[in-house]
Design a protein around this ligand. Structure first.
Ligand code: PEP
Ligand code: MN
Length: 338
């Protein structure tokens, strides 16, 4: 249920409503609008009609049901778009935010070199996996905490923010000590223990769509994080599995307008994993911005031929620079900037 407070409702009235929601066995989530405060009451769907009685409380304008199963993620609860603040960086605002860097953190020199070049090209966030989810147990698994230290050094040298993946609930606190944004990978989109855990730490989360996840399931996964009280969730389309084998996955760009209608959360696109091939990255990145993405995450490696993972889909720094230059007019054409 959504409890819509009257414009100018007093803080004590809001607190009374929250207490009543909790007494009825529901969680209260405050959503601050520009005009008024809205309180989302979420919990067991059965018996939610009892929340209707809140309508008579002082300061309450109306009580309406949230029809979608993803409650806090839905546009019903928040009509406008969410802007996520990562220090001085805004995600989901007018500027399209680009995250870039290698698939895996491999060395301090690799991270420094990449960080400097992607920053010069206009990226705002450095990516790089220290904990890698690999299909084969024999493939490079990442440098773990050593890798996090290299990310930290690259941040200190450039001022870029850092996004890095966490694959195991037991590592969430460690990764959160270093990362500005925690990444949940496609293979973990329904790892509910991990989703709850990142919901408990106060760091923004980049949640990737699974390769076989419907848009509804994707939003329900986000709901796991939001329902723990972490509202800073960025959704990322990264390709789904179809019958097509010419590309690594099929980048479902139609998910962007669909998600824009359903959710207020910022929407990103990953054209690197979505296509699996470096020369398809630029056209799909431009298409992503054209169809309304709030940002991109792109793999860039100083020497893709020697990359420990995903070299085939990684751009060289100079190609990334060229892409950023080509993205600017696309962003402007849809009322955004880079
Ligand atoms: C990655 O970003 O390197 C990655 C493993 O992505 P995904 O989870 O989308 O496959
Ligand atoms: Mn990768």
């Amino acid at each position: 249920m959504i409890i819509v407070m009257k414009t100018g409702a007093h803080e004590s009235q809001i607190q009374d409503v929250i207490r009543r929601i909790e007494a009825l066995g529901y969680q209260a989530h405050i959503i601050q609008g520009t005009q008024r405060t809205v309180i989302g009451a979420v919990g067991d769907e059965r018996g939610k009609d009892r929340l209707q009685s809140l309508e008579v409380m002082p300061g309450v304008e109306t009580v309406v049901p949230i029809l979608q199963p993803f409650k806090l993620a839905s546009r019903e609860v928040k009509g406008g778009k969410s802007i996520i603040k990562v220090g001085d960086l805004e995600i989901g605002g007018q500027a399209v935010v680009v995250m870039a860097g290698p698939c895996s953190v491999e060395s301090e020199a690799q991270m420094l070199l990449t960080a400097q070049s992607v920053k010069a090209a206009g990226a705002k966030v450095l990516r790089g996996g220290a904990f890698k989810p690999r299909t084969s147990p024999y493939a490079f698994q990442g440098l773990a905490e050593e890798g996090l230290k290299y990310l930290d050094a690259a941040r200190a040298a450039t001022g870029l923010k850092i996004v890095t993946e966490v694959v195991n609930p037991v590592d969430v606190e460690l990764v959160a000590e270093y990362a500005d944004i925690l990444q949940i990978g496609a293979r973990n989109v329904q790892n509910f223990a991990l989703l709850k855990k990142v919901g408990e730490v106060g760091k923004p989360v980049l949640l990737k769509r699974g390769m076989a996840t419907t848009i509804k399931e994707f939003l329900m996964a986000a709901e796991y994080i939001l329902s723990e009280g972490n509202y800073d969730v960025i959704l990322c389309e990264r390709g789904i599995r179809t019958f097509e084998t010419s590309t690594r996955f099929t980048l479902d760009l139609s998910a962007i307008p669909v998600l824009s209608k359903l959710t207020h959360l910022p929407l990103f696109v990953d054209p690197s994993h979505g296509t699996g091939q470096w020369d398809y990255v630029a056209p799909m990145a431009k298409a992503a911005v054209a169809c309304g993405a709030d940002g991109l995450i792109i793999e860039v490696h100083p020497n893709p031929a020697e990359a420990q993972s995903d070299g085939l889909q990684s751009l060289k720094p100079q190609k990334f620079q060229q892409l950023m230059d080509e993205l600017r007019p696309v962003a402007e054409a849809v009322g955004r900037r880079l």
